[in-house]
Design a protein around this ligand. Structure first.
Ligand SMILES: [Zn+2]
Length: 393
């Protein structure tokens, strides 16, 4: 599919092809006895399932479950205890209509809501959304966690085993929150709603160097997974008071002002949709023009706390100094972008990339230059608009 074998699904109604697949998995498990959990997913692109007469008789998830049962039989024959992780992702977001997992102890279900918005967690009312009907090669992906959970509840009608989530906070979405506060709050909320719905763990897709401007999001992720009774405010105070010292509230207020001036919704909500690249807003541009003044105040705070007797505080404040430069450069580019001045925006974005790139070696333990700037491809260049990779409502 689009020239990529890894993105291409096979004719899943063909018993010979399924047998080859199942044997390959079983042989792999046999040769890798160090792997307790083996993930067995389908192609990494949607809407490219076989359209032969046999395949059309069942949904992608039905063929997938049948395949998983055949994998299980092969593993049992070999006497292997390897746990198989199967995934509700892309076309298998839609629950099966006919087939069921025969040996639940063998399996863990992984829910991967790749096209969800990070603007909000599950709403207070829980799940009222009605899942859309599966339509072979014409599926439109859900847009928020509520719609994903609506599909997950369909899965749970015939699946009672263990569940995990595959999440994307630390992929591109963290970068569209330039203060780092919003995504941290979202992680705290999300871990709790996942647990409430019987999903007892999260694997994160993304960069392991996600500590810019601070490690608040990663810390919140770790603490909340261990103890969902902790409020986000408790974690925030614990973390910021350690990394910024007794004046932590001044730093928190500074980052809050940054967060308010750069609306997360303007950058994040559309990042998976085709309208993302054509979204313009004078009010967002005006809000972004407050950043130089906010950062000038922030720089005074940074200067007055530049050296500390604790290394963690010195490092954290110096990261904020690099972050201040980043805010000035990136918001300058974003402002042009929201006004529709694409050429000026592209020039300023390139300047930001080069200026931060020059400094990358100073702080690359905390900061992922490639992923950060890559994440803004979805926001910036109107002229390069192509067919969206995933179809979202
Ligand atoms: Zn087929």
């Amino acid at each position: 599919y689009h020239g990529q074998p890894v993105n291409t699904n096979f004719c899943m109604s063909n018993p010979v092809a399924r047998k080859m697949f199942a044997e390959y998995v079983a042989n792999y498990a046999e040769g890798h006895s160090n792997a307790d959990y083996l993930h067995v997913w389908l192609a990494d692109m949607q809407n490219n399932h076989c359209e032969c007469a046999e395949c059309q008789k069942k949904t992608a998830s039905d063929w997938y479950i049948q395949l998983m049962n055949e994998v299980d039989a092969q593993l049992t024959q070999k006497g292997l205890k390897t746990r198989i992780v199967f995934i509700a992702y892309l076309d298998t977001t839609w629950a099966p209509e006919l087939e069921v997992i025969k040996n639940p102890d063998r399996f863990t279900l992984l829910l991967a809501p790749i096209t969800r918005s990070y603007e909000m967690t599950l709403p207070e009312w829980g799940v009222k959304a009605v899942p859309t009907k599966y339509k072979r090669n014409e599926n439109i992906m859900p847009r928020d966690l509520e719609e994903y959970f609506a599909h997950f509840l369909e899965w749970k009608k015939t699946w009672g085993g263990a569940n995990l989530s595959y999440e994307y906070h630390f992929w591109i979405h963290q970068y569209h929150d330039l203060s780092g506060l919003e995504i941290s709050r979202r992680i705290s909320e999300d871990v709790k709603v996942y647990k409430q719905y019987g999903i007892n763990g999260i694997i994160e897709d993304g960069s392991q160097r996600s500590f810019f401007p601070s490690g608040l999001a990663f810390y919140t992720y770790a603490r909340t997974l261990y103890d969902t009774s902790l409020s986000f405010e408790e974690i925030l105070e614990d973390y910021l008071s350690h990394i910024y010292g007794e004046d932590w509230r001044d730093f928190y207020n500074y980052l809050t002002r940054v967060s308010e001036a750069i609306p997360y919704s303007a950058l994040s909500a559309r990042s998976n949709t085709s309208e993302a690249k054509s979204y313009l807003s004078d009010s967002v541009a005006e809000s972004l023009s407050k950043i130089p003044e906010i950062v000038a105040e922030g720089r005074k705070l940074i200067k007055s706390h530049y050296n500390s007797k604790y290394r963690v505080q010195t490092v954290s404040v110096r990261l904020l100094e690099l972050h201040a430069l980043y805010l000035e450069l990136m918001c300058d580019a974003l402002r042009e972008r929201f006004l529709g001045n694409y050429e000026a925006a592209a020039e300023k974005l390139e300047r930001a990339r080069l200026e931060m790139g020059k400094r990358e070696l100073e702080f690359d333990r905390y900061y992922d230059h490639m992923l950060l700037f890559g994440s803004f491809n979805r926001v910036f260049d109107e002229r390069k608009t192509v067919e969206p990779m995933l179809v979202v409502q």
